[in-house]
Design a protein around this ligand. Structure first.
Ligand SMILES: C[C@H]1O[C@H](O[C@H]2[C@H](O)[C@@H](O)[C@@H](O[C@H]3[C@H](O)[C@@H](O)[C@@H](O[C@H]4[C@H](O)[C@@H](O)[C@@H](O)O[C@@H]4CO)O[C@@H]3CO)O[C@@H]2CO)[C@H](O)[C@H](O)[C@@H]1N[C@H]1C[C@@H](CO)[C@H](O)[C@@H](O)[C@@H]1O
Length: 410
């Protein structure tokens, strides 16, 4: 008599494992990847799971990046409507784990060959001595530039803020185009300038708020000056679309961005010839050089009624083969070291550029409040860029907000 362990899932679907170990039921996966450039690759990959496990139905749901975090927290809190698996951004993972919304994965089939994961990618999945997610992609940022415009202006890619300004001036004089598009509605775009001044948002070891120290104020002055001097243009809203459109249409010569922008950028008329897209490290400031570490993990909802199939699905989606497919199709960076040895991956120019960048990217504090540091930073960053506050006042306001958020920090 084949005993089938069945349980009614959150969405009423049956799930579980038959005595023969065959997986069954439904796995609902909330993917946050960009619709129109990344989603179709991830959807196709996810649905490939059924080829391996015919009795498992994968319910692929794309939830916009800006909505998924709170939508998941609300569903998990109410115990209704949460997915079995969520694409959990690196900063969401410690927060979800701290709230008890994620299934610990140590010792489960979700986590295989975990010594193969890049340590900096694995770091965001570990919380309180347990592993709560599996790294899917890791990323950082660089300067994307239009080689044709650079040739027309007779300039070379900038390596410092000073060179960024002089290159932008030459481009404006020779071609009439603005040098840089600096995204103003997402504070992630501020971090490489902060690191360039030798600053950081906080110092985790010392439990210190550092965003409002002199380096933090200087970084706000740097971005303010890039806009006021005409070297860069920015927007307070709809930054992603404005940045991509301006760069893809050749209206600006540079943008700062990450691997997740590559596929969409290649769709631009300026980059139909992909060799016209150049990429170099973010500029050095007066205090150093550094780009932020970002990325996404796959995590299993602690209340999933189909843990067995969810573990297997996460393992499949983060396997070396899956990561190689995603790197080839989307130029996204694998989180498994072994995948970089695949010829199709190491031969990808974008992956080859970003791997050393990711290896020395500035790691973020993997604390539950880590993601919450961005909302107050965004408010002041946008105000500085649009002349509504001064760098000094902006940085101080962020520091004040952080001291409310991180009570016992100095
Ligand atoms: C404000 C947010 O601050 C932080 O986010 C940081 C983030 O921590 C940084 O790492 C960085 O993320 C990189 C990312 O690493 C990089 O991969 C890429 O991601 C691509 C994907 O690659 C692409 O596939 C596709 O998905 O699209 C993705 C996005 O393009 O670019 C990201 C940067 O965009 O920067 C984020 C800051 O934006 C908080 O964590 C919250 O997210 C918070 N938002 C909440 C706010 C709540 C209401 O207040 C609202 O109710 C809540 O629902 C919202 O969640």
């Amino acid at each position: 008599l084949a005993l089938t362990a069945t349980a009614c899932g959150g969405d009423g679907a049956e799930g579980g494992k038959s005595a023969s170990g065959k997986l069954s039921g439904t796995v609902t996966w909330w993917d946050t990847s960009t619709v129109g450039s990344e989603d179709k690759v991830f959807k196709k990959l996810a649905e490939g799971f059924t080829a391996l496990h015919p009795d498992v139905k994968v319910n692929y749901v794309n939830v916009p990046f800006g909505e998924a975090q709170n939508k998941f927290k609300n569903a998990a809190q109410s115990g209704s409507g949460a997915p079995d698996v969520i694409r959990s951004e690196v900063a969401w993972t410690p927060e979800f784990a701290d709230l008890g919304y994620l299934a610990p994965l140590d010792g489960t089939p979700a986590l295989t060959s975990d010594e193969d994961f890049l340590p900096q990618a694995a770091a965001s999945t570990e919380y309180d001595g347990k592993t709560y997610a599996v790294p899917q992609v890791i990323d950082s940022m660089g300067i994307f530039y239009n080689k044709r415009v650079f040739q027309e202006a007779g300039v070379r890619p900038p390596a410092s803020i000073a060179e960024l300004k002089s290159v932008a001036k030459k481009i404006k004089d020779k071609t009439g185009k603005t040098g840089l598009y600096l995204r103003g509605d997402d504070a992630y775009w501020f971090l490489s300038f902060l690191y360039g001044e030798g600053g950081n948002l906080v110092d985790v070891e010392k439990k210190q708020i550092t965003v409002d120290n002199p380096a933090g104020v200087k970084a706000m002055e740097v971005v303010e000056d890039l806009v006021d001097s005409g070297a860069a243009k920015t927007d307070a809203t709809d930054g992603w679309n404005n940045m991509q459109t301006a760069f893809k249409d050749g209206k600006v010569a540079m943008m700062i961005n990450g691997p997740w922008a590559v596929t969409d950028t290649y769709a631009g008329k300026e980059f139909a010839d992909r060799s016209n897209l150049g990429i170099v490290p973010v500029p050095a400031g007066s205090g150093g050089q550094g780009a932020p570490q970002g990325g996404h993990n796959l995590a299993v909802y602690a209340g999933s009624e189909n843990l067995d199939a969810s573990y297997a699905f996460v393992e499949y989606m983060t396997s070396a083969e899956s990561q190689a497919t995603v790197a080839e199709d989307l130029s996204l960076l694998p989180t498994r070291s072994s995948v970089y040895d695949e010829p199709s991956v190491s031969g990808n120019e974008m992956v080859a550029f970003f791997k050393p960048v990711v290896d020395k990217a500035v790691e973020r504090p993997w604390i539950p409040e880590g993601g919450s540091l961005f909302a107050p930073l965004l408010t002041e960053y946008t105000k500085v860029l649009t002349g509504q506050t001064t760098p000094q006042k902006g940085a101080e306001a962020v520091g004040e907000a952080y001291r409310k958020l991180l009570k016992d920090w100095k």
